[in-house]
Ligand binder design. Structure first.
Ligand code: 5GP
Length: 223
């Protein structure tokens, strides 16, 4: 009776550094099928424990710029003096496969996607408070005080762009936040603009016929 577009959604997830985006998205992988998280390239140096090809593809600044010229990225941005970019390859394949493709990217990149792909979905993750964000950045222990301060300043600017997103989720509990995002992804599949065809051939005629013959209860309707 109804045929809908079965492709995955392109989902952009942003939020200030330290709000827990990566942890929430990894939790999402545990609780929901058909989700694929894109791995970005960056010119930032790896932090302790970060693995090439798992957390990022780490490139030199020169190599990153070379890839920009080759049109390798769907979007890229310069964030706190380092490049970050989403490789174009693989995205279409995963979407066509019915998987939701997640891009965990900062706001400038998200706005570029918004111009490029009108059907993309935008989710912003907020920390429970700025006090907690500051504590999380400090406790992470991966950055110098200067860099933490810069990330904290950037957080204020990013939160100002919140109204350009479709959904906002406050991350006060990882499991709950991942569940909320899973629900948003499920709801997306029910959007009216996913309908490709509705088969209601001759509906009035068939209704009239079944009603006139008083066969409504016992007769199968073919609509
Ligand atoms: P971090 O250095 O903490 O790993 O990342 C800094 C910021 O860059 C985060 O907000 C992260 O989501 C964002 N980011 C990661 N990958 C990309 C990307 O491919 N494109 C853009 N525009 N931002 C990214």
């Amino acid at each position: 009776m109804i045929k809908t577009n079965k492709k995955g959604s392109l989902v952009v997830i942003s939020g200030p550094s330290g709000c827990g985006k990566d942890t929430v998205c990894n939790k999402l992988l545990d609780i929901k099928d058909n989700v694929w998280i894109s791995i970005s390239c960056t010119s930032r140096k790896p932090r302790e424990g970060e693995i090439e090809g798992k957390h990022y593809y780490f490139l030199s600044k020169d190599d990153f710029e070379k890839k920009i010229k080759e049109d390798y990225f769907l979007e890229y941005a310069c964030y706190n003096d380092c490049y970050y970019g989403t490789p174009k390859e693989h995205i279409k394949k995963h979407l066509d496969n019915g998987e939701d493709v997640i891009l965990i990217i900062e706001v400038q990149g998200a706005l570029k996607i918004k111009h490029l792909i009108k059907e993309a979905l935008f989710i912003f993750i907020l920390p429970p408070s700025m006090k907690e964000l500051k504590e999380r950045l400090i406790n992470r222990g991966t950055e110098t005080e200067d860099k933490i301060l810069k990330r904290f300043e950037t957080a204020y600017k990013e939160i100002n762009e919140l109204n350009k997103y479709n959904y906002v989720v406050v991350n006060d509990d990882i499991n709950e936040t991942a569940l909320k995002i899973a629900s948003i992804l499920k709801a997306e599949k029910c959007r009216v603009d996913r309908i490709e065809e509705i088969y209601l051939d001759n509906i009035e005629e068939k209704m009239h016929e079944t009603l006139m013959n008083k066969k409504f209860i016992n007769k199968d309707i073919e609509i």
